[in-house]
Design a protein around this ligand. Structure first.
Ligand code: F6P
Length: 551
């Protein structure tokens, strides 16, 4: 991968100059100047997802300079490097090949002269076989009851992806009930255990490393709870406990038999693992066929990313536009607003994908960066957000680029709910971009009265209602939320993040930052267990710990 300081490139310099020229241009004026703006700045993925990025503070020149920047970073080659299994996760000395998991029809994918396609397909067969046994009620618990509930125990990537996908695809769900235990807070495990009947529940322990404290603590609690059930023996665990991991040794040590081990590999990052055996819960929930359609959707987006010229490449363009805001307009956050209740966990899922990937401060040249890297991702489903934080988007002082996502076809056609939902979707992106001026208000309210006792004139009154607009948005119109379109949408965002990482010259596939807190917590735990007061830290941390100890 090209190793450059982005700010020293010719394109960055051009972008800087260009920014000074267009920073105050209003989206409204950009549309007025060019009636073909939508046509120029929108793309369509297989007639299933329309992406409109015309309501951005960009011109054709902006895109030209951004594409030049991508070229200076040899982005096309970087993309190929990922798909080729090059060791692009340098600081962990690993290749990054989650894309191979969705290319399962291909017979040969070589990594270090090993055809990994064989093991990918073996695991998929195992997922297919087991999920069909559970769904068809052939698989029974230790007392002979068929399975009614599935509990996924995992955190981070071993939780967020499956939980989001299962909820997003609720309309495709079968009779099985799903539960997720992620938090170390004992409340999480206790509340789930209250809801399930152990005799008809299977537990999927999902952890790439099989050492993560939260997951192993929860898994042990569940195992002990299981073994305390009447008439249960250790061998009955084989009917109820399954592991999705790359650490076979630790899985066996925990007491899970080899037949119940669904492996995945070191070249699958945690936050990209829903495509691997971590997706077992997804296959159980929607059936293997639908799971394979999810993979297919992602694979088709992979092909788009790999083979489409940069100027028509959806993840590339969205990634570049994202950089334009964070590094030239100095925005810090990006909103993700999905107008679909089933997809209410999508923003939460993207938070890990983006913030764990691009929340970095050292470049590929071991230098502290002087530019902005990953943005803060946040969001709530529409229309809920409209009645809380949208006020700040419309009239606050912050520039917040955001993604608006909606299916055109709903799974729940009831009265005119969906038409109303669509109307809000279109209205929000329109009003965020165009706003409403004081002149418009004065013109519209020529003959209307106002609070004369409080305001000298109409202008003083209506100034409070003005919405300046010029807030950038991308609109995503999905034909329908299906396993296929969801797979494509997730892969789109994964590749957008990859694009940004390449150009920001950072390593997107490690996450060393999460280690410090983990190791201090280990140390603190031993202090909490001892009788002595804590003196080894700063006065704040010592006092907090000791206050707790006295309590
Ligand atoms: O702590 C961060 C992290 O390593 C994530 O990247 C990962 O998804 C999560 O922890 C869980 O890790 P594991 O699957 O190994 O339990």
């Amino acid at each position: 991968m090209k190793n450059l300081n982005p700010t020293s490139t010719l394109s960055w310099k051009k972008l800087n100059k260009h920014f000074l020229k267009i920073r105050n241009i209003h989206i409204k004026d950009l549309f007025q100047k060019d009636i073909n703006r939508f046509k120029k700045f929108s793309l369509n993925f297989k007639n299933l997802i329309l992406i409109d990025y015309s309501k951005n503070r960009i011109t054709e020149k902006t895109i030209k300079y951004l594409l030049n920047l991508a070229q200076e970073f040899h982005l096309e080659q970087a993309i190929k490097s990922m798909f080729n299994g090059d060791y692009i996760n340098v600081t962990e000395n690993k290749p990054v090949l989650h894309t191979a998991l969705r290319d399962f029809k291909k017979k040969k994918i070589f990594l270090n002269n090993v055809n990994i396609s064989i093991s990918i397909n073996e695991v998929l067969e195992k997922i297919k076989d087991f999920s069909s046994k559970v769904i068809s009620q052939e698989w029974r618990g230790y007392t002979g009851k068929y399975i009614t509930d599935v509990v996924n125990i995992g955190i981070g990537g071993s939780n967020l992806g499956p939980e989001m996908v299962i909820e997003s695809l609720t309309p495709y769900k079968n009779h099985l009930n799903f539960h997720f235990i992620s938090n170390l807070d004992g409340t999480h495990v206790i509340e789930v255990l209250k809801k399930v009947n152990i005799e008809s529940t299977i537990f999927l322990i999902s952890s790439k490393t099989f050492t993560t404290q939260e997951t192993m603590t929860n898994a042990l609690t569940v195992k002990n709870f299981f073994l305390k059930q009447p008439k249960v023996s250790l061998s009955d665990m084989s009917k109820h406990f399954f592991a999705l991991s790359m650490n076979e040794k630790a899985v066996i040590k925990f007491g899970i038999i080899k037949e119940n081990f669904f492996p995945f590999w070191d070249w699958v990052g945690g936050r990209y693992s829903l495509w691997s055996s971590v997706g077992l819960s997804i296959a159980l929930s929607i059936g293997y066929k639908n799971f394979s359609l999810l993979l297919k959707g992602a694979h088709d987006m992979d092909n788009h990313f790999l083979h489409t010229p940069l100027n028509k490449n959806i993840p590339v363009l969205l990634g570049l536009i994202g950089l334009w805001y964070s590094n030239f307009f100095h925005t810090e956050t990006e909103g993700v607003f999905v107008y679909d209740q089933y997809m209410n966990k999508f923003a939460k899922f993207l938070q890990q994908t983006c913030m764990e990937s691009n929340g970095k401060r050292v470049d590929r040249n071991r230098k502290i960066v002087s530019w902005q890297t990953g943005s803060i991702i946040w969001g709530e489903p529409g229309t809920n957000g409209q009645h809380s934080f949208y006020q700040l988007l419309h009239q606050g002082t912050k520039l917040i680029p955001s993604d608006f996502i909606i299916p055109m076809k709903t799974h729940n056609k009831i009265n005119n709910h969906h038409l109303k939902l669509l109307s809000h979707f279109f209205a929000q992106t329109r009003s965020l971009a165009f706003g409403k001026s004081l002149q418009d208000f004065l013109h519209e309210n020529k003959n209307k009265s106002f609070f004369k006792k409080r305001f000298k004139n109409k202008k003083d009154f209506f100034i409070y209602q003005v919405c300046p607009g010029n807030q950038p948005t991308n609109s995503f119109l999905l034909r329908k939320i299906t396993p296929y379109t969801l797979g494509a949408l997730i892969a789109l965002f994964e590749h957008k993040i990859f694009t940004q990482g390449v150009i920001l010259n950072i390593y997107s596939f490690d996450q060393w930052g999460v280690e410090l807190g983990k190791s201090i917590a280990k140390d603190v735990l031993s202090i909490l267990k001892s009788k002595d007061l804590c003196t080894k830290y700063d006065s704040s941390t010592n006092s907090l710990i000791n206050f707790y100890k006295k309590f």
